[in-house]
Design a protein around this ligand. Structure first.
Ligand code: FRU
Length: 482
């Protein structure tokens, strides 16, 4: 059977696992796992392409993480939901595929969606993607549920068609409840090519009625909004979504092909259909971050996980038949009108050895964390013996992440530097997580984050100036297959 598949042919993107031999899957899994750029403590696909996190929930004493998965190669093809769970973010149970695209309404993909806790099951909502005979895309919003034994039942689409003001791009449902009323937000593109959110409400989860478009003060909405996430905390409503289109780009903002924004505002007015958020802030300043979701755990923490990738970049590892990973989990809190992100505490349990960071620090592994006090001006550079590098620096006024000198430059048409205004001019601690080919930088006490891939062959040294602190080597997360 198939030894290789031409994914430039669009039809092949809809091949399913049944169309290929076990040997094909083993072959691509081997290629994936042998790739030195494959991560060790991030969630990544066994093979094929991962994109958005889905259905994030704390259910039955575990964190449940699903993600968009195309098993056969590093392209956006026939999407499944893959499922993992963990109690401690170190040991993971691997539950395999949770949703197969096996119904008429999701025959071309089980697209993104969310989890909602009620009763004894975990309620799941996702977008069924179907391409009709005339080539027309039909996206419906589907209700499913997972029981205590982690068996998933697909019920049926609860919303069959886009709301009247929308094109066929209508997806990624998220559900919340106020009093006895359920509300569902769906992201989409209006027929005037504007990004917008549709609200559905009702007293039964299976019967939600269309209320209308949510009005916001956002100046430039782009043409499409994907992956909305909404929660309320202490009387405030936090809205996060992934808009597509040309936003108000400047040196510090919206330089990625698609961005993620958030606002902290009065809670969404489900009667007047208003969300008052005026200032929509870019959530991440790096090159590779999209479609995050959040959920609340048993301790009342709000945890965010995003897709550490973006949909328009080709990565040098595509030839090894895998693409992308999820970000590390971050605890998010609200401070004024800003969201603060910090690596979740449990990640400290990954630390296996610590060293004082020297100015020229030789590495023995490519999975590590740096925690340093930075001066007004500083520079940290990750290099190999050929001086290929990625550098993060600040002159006191702004931060700069420079990837122009990597061994494998990718997607350079989207630029090689990203800047952010430095909010904490004084000394403060920044944390940087590196995992083979990813870097996540937390500065300004969690207000400014850069999330990116980086491809340097055999990183061997961290050079630094103007910083003082420690380097921790991190162990791999473990997976137990069910
Ligand atoms: C965002 C997205 C979603 C969609 C999913 C398909 O990356 O385009 O809008 O549901 O990916 O994989």
């Amino acid at each position: 059977m198939l030894q290789s598949i031409d994914f430039s042919n669009h039809q092949n993107r809809f091949l399913s696992m049944e169309d290929v031999s076990d040997q094909y899957l083993e072959m691509i899994e081997q290629k994936t796992k042998q790739d030195p750029f494959y991560p060790t403590y991030h969630i990544a696909p066994h093979h094929g392409l991962l994109n958005d996190p889905n259905g994030l929930s704390y259910y039955k004493m575990s964190h449940h993480i699903f993600y968009q998965w195309f098993p056969l190669g590093p392209v956006h093809g026939l999407k499944h939901w893959y499922h993992l769970s963990t109690k401690d973010f170190v040991h993971f149970e691997d539950h395999g595929v949770a949703l197969y695209p096996d119904r008429d309404y999701d025959s071309h993909g089980c697209f993104s969606g969310s989890g909602f806790l009620e009763g004894k099951d975990l309620q799941l909502f996702y977008t069924g993607n179907k391409i009709g005979e005339d080539g027309q895309i039909i996206q419906s919003q589907v209700y499913a549920s997972m029981d205590e034994n982690l068996n998933i039942t697909k019920h049926a689409p609860i919303i069959n068609d886009p709301a009247p003001e929308f094109t066929h791009n209508f997806r990624d449902p998220v559900v919340f409840k106020r009093g006895k009323i359920y509300h569902m937000l769906v992201g989409g593109e209006t027929i005037n090519q504007q990004g917008a959110l549709a609200l559905y409400s009702g007293s039964s989860i299976k019967e939600l009625n269309y209320k209308g478009i949510i009005k916001t003060e956002i100046e430039n909405p782009g043409y499409m909004w994907e992956c909305p996430n909404y929660y309320e905390k202490d009387g405030e409503g936090v809205l996060i979504f992934s808009p597509q289109g040309d936003l108000n780009k400047d040196k510090y903002n919206f330089n990625n092909v698609f961005s993620v924004v958030y606002a902290v505002s009065a809670i969404l007015d489900t009667e007047q259909l208003r969300y008052d958020g005026r200032e929509f802030i870019e959530l991440d300043k790096g090159f590779d971050f999209y479609a995050p979701q959040t959920y609340e755990d048993v301790q009342g923490r709000r945890i965010l996980i995003g897709w550490l990738g973006n949909s328009k970049s080709n990565y040098p590892t595509d030839s090894n038949m895998w693409a992308h990973m999820l970000t590390i989990p971050r605890e998010i809190t609200i401070s004024g009108k800003r969201l603060i992100q910090n690596p979740i505490k449990e990640l400290e349990n990954l630390r296996i050895r610590n060293e004082k960071l020297s100015q020229e620090h030789t590495l023995f592994s490519r999975a590590f964390e740096i925690e340093v006090m930075v001066e007004e001006s500083f520079k940290i550079s990750f290099e190999n013996d050929n001086e290929d590098s990625v550098t993060f620096s600040s002159n006191g006024e702004e931060y700069c992440l420079d990837r122009s000198n990597m061994t494998h430059l990718y997607a350079d048409r989207f630029g090689t530097e990203r800047y952010a205004i430095r909010l904490k001019k004084e000394k403060h601690i920044i944390r940087i997580f590196v995992d083979s080919s990813s870097i996540e930088i937390f500065c300004d006490e969690g207000q400014t984050i850069f999330t990116s891939r980086m491809f340097i062959d055999n990183i061997s040294t961290v050079y630094s100036e103007g910083v003082r602190g420690e380097l921790f080597y991190l162990q791999s997360i473990t997976h137990t297959e069910e």
